[in-house]
Design a protein around this ligand. Structure first.
Ligand code: PLP
Length: 276
C-alpha cells in the first residue's frame, strides 16, 4: 500500500534563480517528505544580484490556479509568501474561507534584500486587516516587525513578548519573531510567541537558537523556514515542534549550501550563491 504523503500548498512568487519563492518552497517541502502544490502570485526576474523586475499574476488567473487545485485535492497545510498586491490578498482571503484551509503559515514578505518592493505599500494594511486573523502563524523578520509595528526591535528576548502582544492586537494567533537580523553576531535566535487565551493577554514564549552561520547567502532563508514549518504541521507535528524541525533544517541547509559558477563577476555587483 502507498504511504500517505502530506500535501502543502505554497502561494508565493516565482524566483527563476531558485533561491526563494515557489521554487525553494517546493524543494524544501519535498526534502521534508511532503508533496508541494505551487500557486504563483507573481513572476520575478532576478539573479544573485537581486530582483530586477516583477509582474503580478492577474486576479482571474491566480484565482483559477487556486480553485483548480482546491476543487480537486485536500491540502494539509499552506505556506503564504510574497503577495504582490491587494487583489492577490483578497483572493487568498476568499479561498481560505471557501475551502476552510488550515495550518496556514504566513511569511510577511515586504521588500527583497536587494530593495525591491514585493508587496505594494497600499496592500500592507489589507494583509494586516484581512489575512492576519485567518492564519495560524506569521513569521516576520526584524525589519518587517519594525515596519509593521512601527518599532525599533533589535532582537532582545525581553522585547519578544510585547511584540507578540502587539501582533495579537492585530488578530494574529502566533508569531515567530525571527532574529536573523538581530544584534547577536554569535547566534540566530527566534522567539515563538503563542496566544494562550482569547480573553486575557496570556502568551507563551519559546526560544530557538542555532549558531549564526557566517555567510552572505541568506537569500530565501525566510521562504525555507516558513515552508518547512508548514510541512511539519502537515505531518501532524505541534507548532513548537514544527518550528524546531524547521529551524534545524534551515541551519543544516545554510551550512551545506552548494556553489554554482557565475558567467562573470562585475566588481560593482556582489555575487551570491543559492542556498540549497
Ligand atoms: N523573490 C521572491 C519570489 C521571494 O518570495 C522573496 C522572498 O520571499 C524574494 C525574492 C526576496 O528574497 P530575499 O530578500 O531573501 O533575497
Amino acid at each position: 500500500m502507498n504511504k500517505y504523503t502530506p500535501t502543502i500548498l505554497t502561494i508565493a512568487g516565482s524566483d527563476p534563480y531558485g533561491g526563494a519563492g515557489v521554487q525553494v518552497d517546493a524543494k524544501t517541502i519535498h526534502a521534508l517528505d511532503g508533496y508541494a502544490f505551487t500557486v504563483t502570485t507573481a513572476l520575478t526576474a532576478q539573479n544573485s544580484t537581486g530582483v530586477k523586475a516583477l509582474s503580478a499574476t492577474s486576479k482571474a488567473m491566480f484565482k483559477m490556479q487556486l480553485e483548480s487545485l482546491l476543487d480537486d485535492i485536500y491540502v494539509d497545510a499552506v505556506k503564504i509568501g510574497m503577495l504582490a498586491n491587494t487583489e492577490i490578498i483578497e483572493v487568498v482571503v476568499e479561498v481560505i474561507q471557501k475551502y476552510k484551509l488550515k495550518n496556514i503559515v504566513l511569511d510577511t514578505v515586504l521588500v527583497s534584500s536587494s530593495g525591491k518592493m514585493l508587496l505594494e505599500k497600499s496592500a500592507i494594511e489589507v494583509m494586516v486587516e484581512k489575512l492576519f486573523p485567518l492564519v495560524d502563524l506569521i513569521t516576520p523578520n526584524l525589519l518587517e516587525i519594525n515596519q509593521l509595528l512601527n518599532r525599533n526591535y533589535k532582537g532582545y528576548e525581553e522585547e519578544a513578548k510585547s511584540i507578540g502582544l502587539a501582533f495579537f492586537d492585530l488578530g494574529v494567533k502566533a508569531v515567530l519573531v525571527k532574529g536573523g537580523h538581530s544584534y547577536d553576531t554569535k547566534n540566530a535566535t527566534d522567539f515563538l510567541v503563542e496566544k494562550l487565551s482569547l480573553v486575557e493577554k496570556a502568551s507563551l514564549v519559546t526560544s530557538y537558537t542555532t549558531p549564526r552561520v557566517k555567510t552572505t547567502h541568506t537569500h530565501g532563508t525566510g521562504c525555507v523556514l516558513s515552508s518547512a514549518i508548514a510541512t511539519s504541521l502537515a505531518h501532524g507535528k505541534t507548532l513548537q515542534t514544527s518550528v524546531k524541525c524547521a529551524k534545524d533544517f534551515l541551519y543544516k541547509s545554510m551550512q551545506s549550501a552548494s556553489s554554482i559558477t557565475f558567467k562573470y563577476v562585475n566588481e560593482n555587483e556582489k555575487r551570491k550563491e543559492p542556498l540549497i
